[in-house]
Design a protein around this ligand. Sequence first.
Ligand code: ZN
Ligand code: FE
Length: 259
Amino acid sequence: MPAIIPIPAFSDNYIWLLRAGGHAAVVDPGDADPVLLHLDREGLRLAAILVTHHHGDHTGGIAALLARFPVPVLGPARERIGGRTQALADGDVARVPALELALDVIDVPGHTAGHIAYAGVVAGAPVAFVGDTLFGGGCGRLFEGTPAQMAHSLARLAELPGNTRVYCAHEYTLSNLRFARVVEPGNDALAARQAREQQRRDRGQPTVPMTLDDERATNPFLRAAVPAVAAAATAWAGRPLPDDVAVFAALREWKNGFR
Ligand code: ZN
Ligand code: FE
């Protein structure tokens, strides 16, 4: 059964590497060099590349990896991904036979229009690879989608089992939680999480994967229906927010300008 290992890339990306036996798959290889370094050091052979969306920091390494390992490239059907061999959409299953891997594909438009996530069981535990959709304590920016799309995408991810380990593609948790504390200063679980994640970062550890339970308890972008969150968003917007999507949209806008 595969183990899941972070390969840091650029300033704050994680390329996730799954390995079993001598085989490996990578998710969102924005850069080939750190992946090839890891494969060579560990004596691993690449078996597949999985992609969540088309942004360069998630796809920039594909060509160079293919030059060394001509493997299947699984990616979103509704986006242009150079080298893609399998176009995936909601309800499809992403399979990597060498790793005995089978992950359900979930459409999660919002950050980009065709963004997908992969969810399933790895080494006996539920996991999800969510790209730039759900982050630790936050969510991706809306480059191509609408607030309603993103809110729906996050709600679908939030339906996964609470013990799901969520593998996102960036280490943004601490800055997201700083914003979350301003939105929801009375949330004790959030205060406790912020302290916990700060300790992790102080030790040089990733805050990813997160658990979905933690996200549901502390991530304001999953909590638009919580009265305190809606009240804070309404106060920031300075006008009534008629529904959860309007609250979500206000939170996203508020966060965009938050420093
Ligand atoms: Zn992105
Ligand atoms: Fe990204």
